[in-house]
Design a protein around this ligand. Structure first.
Ligand SMILES: Nc1nc2c(ncn2[C@@H]2O[C@H](COP(=O)(O)OP(=O)(O)O)[C@@H](O)[C@H]2O)c(=O)[nH]1
Ligand SMILES: [Mg+2]
Length: 328
């Protein structure tokens, strides 16, 4: 794996793409190689500004990332764009399949765009994205942007990947305001009212005030940072630099207070446990005794012949961890 690690380090884009394919693979051999690669590059990771961009489909995430990414590469940054899209797991599609929205960035030598892995559970997809992020950092990308759709628990997973979590919203107030899940707002370090242009500008300003008021009622994530609500137009490329400025101020505040480090430590532990959960669950399901028992237990739980908790007990009792070869 040293060869591939060297190629990644030297900025070889194809090596980077190959490495990400490797970390995304669930084949046992690949998993082993991926773990070796990650161990090898670990000292080179952690140096990027990690930004999550979330929002409902159509709110303008891809267009925004195109505008922000282009601004950053022009300023000399190297920008990696990754995606976590749980819907692609079902549809086989991908939110970054719409690379057309990122035409400029897709051609940009200082940018690297990678669509969401389309196989696995949300936990699995997010975990692989975390590893892809580490690979990008080793390749010298100093800004990593993770795009996610507001579906299921994907925001929570992405918030656990990044330093700054940005929620994009549409320029509408009232009912629309209620539509944004409270949990998502609680994760936000920055809220950006996008499409603040043309006829929508007035509505966007009202929405900005509404969201600022709503945020004031929530318990802040950090003592040193109050979430800001900003206006932007990706189409007219207005307000984009201000968003980046806020990301940088957020980062400085968290660095100084020690929250950045604490956050990353907490995230690393959360990922370790999610890894344990996933692998343990996979091993349990694949264990011979358990899979033999499974149809009967599931039938009993379905019909109410046994309680879900008693069903879980039966499966766990049948599980022999000694029979598992743990991939390491
Ligand atoms: N007026 C206006 N339209 C925008 C803006 N940003 C995106 N759009 C449009 O909104 C639609 C959805 O954009 P897209 O970036 O694909 O949204 P995503 O699904 O959140 O990634 C497209 O038709 C864009 O042209 C903006 O700043 N202003
Ligand atoms: Mg998109």
């Amino acid at each position: 794996m040293t060869g591939l690690a060297d190629e990644i380090r030297s900025g070889d884009r194809r090596a980077l793409a190959r490495a990400i394919t490797l970390v995304e693979s669930s084949l046992e051999d690949h998993r082993r190689e991926a773990d070796a690669l990650l161990a090898n590059i670990l000292p080179l990771t952690g140096g990027s500004t990690r930004v999550g961009i979330s929002g409902t489909p159509g709110v303008g995430k891809s267009t925004f990332i195109e505008a922000l990414g282009s601004l950053l590469t022009r300023a000399g940054h190297r920008v990696a764009v990754l995606a976590v899209d749980p819907s692609s797991v079902r549809s086989g599609g991908s939110i970054l399949g719409d690379k057309t929205r990122m035409e400029e960035l897709a051609r940009d030598r200082r940018a690297f765009i990678r669509p969401s892995p389309s196989k696995g559970t949300l936990g699995g997809v997010a975990r692989r994205t975390r590893e892809a992020m580490l690979v990008c950092e080793a390749a010298g990308y100093d800004v990593v942007i993770v795009e996610t759709v507001g579906v299921g628990q994907s925001e929570t997973s992405v918030a656990d990947l990044v330093d700054a979590f940005v929620v994009l919203i549409a320029p509408a107030g009232g009912d629309e305001l209620q539509g944004i899940k409270r949990g998502v707002m609680e994760l936000a370090d920055l809220v950006v009212v996008n499409k603040a242009d043309g006829e929508l500008l007035g509505t966007a300003e009202v929405a900005q005030a509404d969201y600022a008021a709503a945020l004031r009622l929530m318990r802040p994530k950090y003592d040193v940072w109050t979430p800001e609500v900003l206006l932007a137009s990706s189409k007219e490329r207005m307000g984009i630099a201000e968003v980046w400025d806020a990301v940088i101020r957020h980062r400085r505040a968290l660095e100084e207070s020690g929250d950045l480090l604490r956050n990353r430590e907490r995230q690393a532990l959360a990922w370790m446990w999610s890894e344990v959960d996933e692998r343990l669950r996979g091993a349990l399901r694949n264990a011979r005794e358990v899979s033999r028992l499974l149809p009967a237990v599931e039938a009993d739980v379905r019909t109410g012949a046994c309680t879900p908790s008693a069903g879980a007990q039966r499966l766990l009792r049948a599980f022999d961890p000694e029979s598992v070869t743990w991939v390491d």
